[in-house]
Design a protein around this ligand. Structure first.
Ligand code: IVH
Length: 688
C-alpha cells in the first residue's frame, strides 16, 4: 500500500478508536482508556488530518474543537413536534393520573393485567434538544424553541463528546431524531466556574444556566471548551429507506435500550414501575438519592411503557396524556434581598446574613441566608435590593447563589461592613478585621452578650457539657436579664428561680438543675471543648486532655509545650495561650471550680493504651504536674507506678530534687525522662 493509503487506513482506525472511547466513557460510563491515551490518539488523528486537509469530514472526532463562529442561529422546523409535559406535585395527582390512564386503557381493552406498566425516568434540569441522524450521521441539532421551530445548534452540539457523530451497528434507520437533554454535572460546573473566575471570565449561577449559555454560543469553539453532556430520553421522526415512519420496538423501555445500542447515551436511572404505587416508590427513592446525583434533576417523568397504549391515550394541547412530570420541591428560587445584616458568633465573628423576602424553596420557607463574609459578598457581587437566586438542596442550609443582574434597576446598594458596622451591633465594642483575614470580629470577648449566648449554647451542647434543657430561648433570657454573665453563673441557678421564667414549669426547672448538676464532673476534654477556645474542637480538646492531664497544666503550658501535642500547630497553640492569658477567662475557670466543677482525667480507650504493661517510677518534683496527677495519667495510659526502681522499671520520671532513685536508674540502665518526656510518651494515645 502507498504511504497515503497507510495514512488513510490509520485515519479510519483512529476515528473508530476515538469514537469507541467516547462511547465507553459517556454511554457505558466505563472508560477503558486514560486521558493521556485518549489525547495521544487525538494528536495522531490531528497530525494525519493536517497532512491531508481534504480528508477532514464533519464526522471526524477532530471536529469537536468547534467550527467557525456564526452571526446568528438558523431556525429549524422539527419534523415531529417537541412536546412538553404536564406537571404534578402531589401523590394524589399521580394517583389520579394513573386512574385516568388505566381507565382509558381498560376501555380500549389494552389492560389485561389491570395495572399499567410505566417507565419512570429522571427529569433532567437541562436544555431539551433534538438530534437528527440521516444514514447514521449526525446532520442536525436543534433546540426545542416553541416546540415547532427551534434554533440550529448543530455546530455546537458536534463539540459534545457524548453525542456520537455516527451511529453504531447496522440497525441505524435512514432517519432518526433523538430527543434528550443537554446538561452539565455539578462538579464540571464548579470546575468551569472556578476556571472562568480565575481568568476574569463570565461565571454562571447554576449548571442549567451554564448549559444553556454554553449551548447558545455563536462561537462553537467556546462551546467546545464547556463540559456539556447529553442524555437521550425519547425520539421524534424515525424512517426507513423507503421514507416510511417506523417504530423499531413496541415499548418505551425497549426503545431506550435500542437507542443505547446505537451508541447514544441513554437516560440513566430509569426503572420499570407498576401502577401508582410503583411510581410513588420510584419518586421516594430518587428524591432520597437526589442530593448525591452528580447532576441536577427537578423531578421524575412517568411514561406509559406500551407504545400502542401511548397512541390510544394521545395528547391534550401540547402535552401527552401518556406521560407526566412529578416535580420535586424546587431547590432554587429567586427572591428579593431586602437587606444584609450581621450576626455575632461565638468567636465574635460578624457574619453577614441576607434578609430575604420569604420564599418557598427546597420544601421550606426561607427568610435568611448566610453570606459568610465580606469577600464572599463581593465575589458574588450581591447587593441590597438585588433579586437573588436562593438555593436549598436537601437538608443543606439555604444559600444565596448570586444576583440576577438582568433585573437590576441601578438602585441596589453595595454592602460596606466598615461603614455599616463601625462597632459591634450587639455590645458597641470595637471591631477589627486583621490583615489578610476575611472576617471582621467584635473584640469584646465574653463581655459581648452575643458571644456569651453562643458560648453558653455551645457549652451546653451534647459534645461539651451536655446540659439538656438549656435552650437558646432560656439562654437569651438569662443573659439579657443579667442573671448569667459567665459560664460559671449557670451553676448558681436554682430550680425555684428558673421556674419563674416563661415556659418553665417546676418540673422542667428541676430537670434542668439536675442536668446542670450532672455536668459538674465532666471529662477534662469536654470541659476544654466547652470553654470555646478558638480552634479547639473536640479532637484537639481530647489531645490536650490526654497530653496534659489537668486543666491547670493546660492553662500553665507555654506555646512550646502546647506545640508538643500532636496536631497542635502554631495557630492553635497561640490561640490557647491567648485564651488562658486573659484574666477574664482564668476567672471563669476559677469560678467554675468554686462552683464545684471538677474535670476528671480521662481513660484512654483499651487498645490505645501506650503504657500497657509498663511500670514507671516517679521521683522529685515535676514542673507542672503534681505526683497525683502524674500517677493518674500513667494509670489512664494503662501503666503502673511503683515506688522503687528495678530491672523491670520501664522508665524513671524525674523532676527537681530527685535523689537516690536517679542513681539507681543509672546503675541499672533504666531510661530517665523529665515531664516533657512523660507527656511525649503519653502522646501516641492522643492520635485520633
Ligand atoms: S419527555 C413527550 N423525559 O422536561 C414528552 N422530558 O416539560 C416530552 N425533560 O422539554 C418530554 N427530562 O426538556 C422527557 N426524562 C425526560 C425529561 C424531560 C427532562 C424536560 C424536557 C422537556 C420538559 C417537559
Amino acid at each position: 500500500m502507498s504511504a497515503a493509503g497507510d495514512d488513510r487506513q490509520r485515519l479510519l482506525e483512529l476515528r473508530e478508536q476515538i469514537a469507541e472511547h467516547n462511547r465507553r466513557y459517556y454511554v457505558e460510563d466505563a472508560p477503558t482508556a486514560s486521558d493521556a491515551q485518549y489525547d495521544r490518539l487525538m494528536a495522531a488523528l490531528l497530525a494525519i488530518e493536517a497532512a491531508h486537509p481534504d480528508w477532514v469530514t464533519p464526522e471526524s472526532p477532530s471536529q469537536r474543537v468547534g467550527a467557525a463562529p456564526l452571526d446568528a442561529f438558523g431556525s429549524v422546523r422539527h419534523a415531529v413536534r417537541m412536546l412538553s409535559l404536564a406537571n404534578a406535585f402531589e401523590a394524589a395527582d399521580i394517583e389520579a393520573f394513573d386512574e385516568r390512564v388505566a381507565g382509558t386503557l381498560r376501555e380500549a381493552g389494552l389492560l389485561p393485567q389491570g395495572v399499567v406498566d410505566y417507565v419512570a425516568e429522571y427529569k433532567f434540569d437541562g436544555i431539551a434538544v433534538s438530534l437528527r441522524y440521516e444514514g447514521g450521521r449526525l446532520v442536525l441539532a436543534a433546540t426545542r424553541g416553541d416546540g415547532q421551530v427551534g434554533e440550529d445548534i448543530t455546530a455546537n452540539v458536534r463539540t459534545l463528546r457524548s453525542v456520537p457523530l455516527r451511529l453504531r451497528g447496522d440497525e441505524a434507520p435512514a432517519v432518526l431524531e433523538v430527543r434528550g437533554e443537554v446538561l452539565m454535572t455539578r462538579a464540571d460546573f464548579d470546575r468551569m466556574n472556578e476556571a472562568q473566575a480565575a481568568h476574569g471570565g463570565k461565571t454562571f449561577v447554576n449548571p442549567r444556566n451554564a448549559a444553556a449559555g454554553s449551548l447558545r454560543q455563536l462561537d462553537p469553539r467556546v462551546t467546545a471548551t464547556r463540559p456539556l453532556r447529553f442524555f437521550a430520553y425519547g425520539w421524534g421522526q424515525i424512517r426507513d429507506e423507503a421514507g416510511r415512519d417506523i417504530l423499531p420496538r413496541a415499548r418505551h423501555g425497549d426503545m431506550l435500550d435500542w437507542l443505547g445500542a446505537l451508541g447514544l447515551p441513554v437516560s440513566p436511572g430509569h426503572r420499570l414501575c407498576q401502577g401508582s404505587a410503583g411510581l410513588l416508590a420510584f419518586y421516594a427513592d430518587v428524591g432520597a438519592a437526589r442530593p448525591s446525583l452528580s447532576y441536577d434533576i427537578d423531578g421524575v417523568v412517568y411514561k406509559v411503557d406500551d407504545l400502542k397504549s401511548q397512541d390510544v391515550l394521545g395528547f391534550v394541547a401540547r402535552a401527552p396524556r401518556f406521560a407526566i412530570a412529578h416535580k420535586f420541591p424546587a431547590q432554587e428560587e429567586t427572591t428579593l434581598l431586602e437587606d444584609i445584616e450581621v450576626q455575632v458568633g461565638r468567636t465574635g465573628a460578624l457574619t453577614p446574613v441576607g434578609r430575604l423576602r420569604p420564599v418557598f424553596v427546597g420544601g421550606v420557607t426561607v427568610t435568611n441566608a448566610t453570606l459568610h463574609n465580606e469577600d464572599e459578598i463581593r465575589r458574588k457581587d450581591v447587593r441590597i435590593g438585588d433579586t437573588v437566586v436562593v438555593r436549598r438542596a436537601g437538608d443543606v442550609i439555604p444559600e444565596i447563589v448570586g444576583p440576577v443582574t438582568a433585573l437590576r434597576t441601578g438602585r441596589e446598594i453595595e454592602f460596606d461592613m466598615r461603614a455599616r458596622y463601625p462597632v459591634c451591633p450587639v455590645c458597641g465594642s470595637a471591631v477589627e478585621r486583621p490583615e489578610g483575614e476575611a472576617v471582621t470580629r467584635c473584640t469584646a470577648g465574653l463581655f459581648c452578650p452575643a458571644q456569651l449566648k453562643q458560648t453558653l449554647w455551645h457549652a451546653a451542647s451534647r459534645k461539651a457539657l451536655d446540659i439538656e434543657g438549656l435552650g437558646d430561648k432560656l439562654i437569651e433570657q438569662l443573659v439579657d436579664g443579667g442573671r448569667v454573665r459567665t459560664l460559671a453563673d449557670l451553676y448558681g441557678l436554682t430550680a425555684l428561680e428558673l421556674s419563674t421564667y416563661p415556659r418553665m414549669g417546676s418540673k422542667s426547672a428541676a430537670n434542668l438543675i439536675e442536668a446542670i448538676d450532672q455536668s459538674r464532673r465532666p471529662p477534662l476534654s469536654r470541659l476544654l471543648y466547652a470553654l470555646g477556645v478558638r480552634h479547639v474542637g473536640e479532637t484537639t480538646a481530647r489531645d490536650l486532655a490526654r497530653h496534659f492531664g489537668s486543666i491547670d497544666a493546660v492553662m500553665a503550658a507555654s506555646e512550646d509545650e502546647l506545640l508538643a501535642v500532636p496536631d497542635v500547630g502554631p495557630v492553635v497553640a497561640a490561640s490557647i495561650r491567648r485564651f488562658f492569658s486573659e484574666v477574664h477567662n482564668r476567672e471563669v475557670v476559677a469560678a467554675l471550680r468554686k462552683a464545684g466543677v471538677e474535670p476528671v482525667a480521662e481513660a484512654v480507650p483499651a487498645g490505645e493504651k501506650p503504657l500497657a504493661g509498663k511500670t514507671l517510677v516517679l521521683t522529685g518534683t515535676l514542673p507542672s504536674l503534681s505526683r497525683d496527677e502524674a500517677t493518674r495519667m500513667v494509670l489512664a495510659a494503662g501503666g503502673k507506678v511503683s515506688g522503687s526502681v528495678s530491672r523491670k522499671t520501664a522508665w524513671v520520671v524525674a523532676g527537681e530534687e530527685a535523689g537516690s532513685k536517679l542513681a539507681k536508674a543509672a546503675e541499672l540502665g533504666v531510661p530517665v525522662l523529665d515531664e516533657a518526656g512523660l507527656r511525649a510518651l503519653l502522646a501516641p494515645a492522643s492520635a485520633p
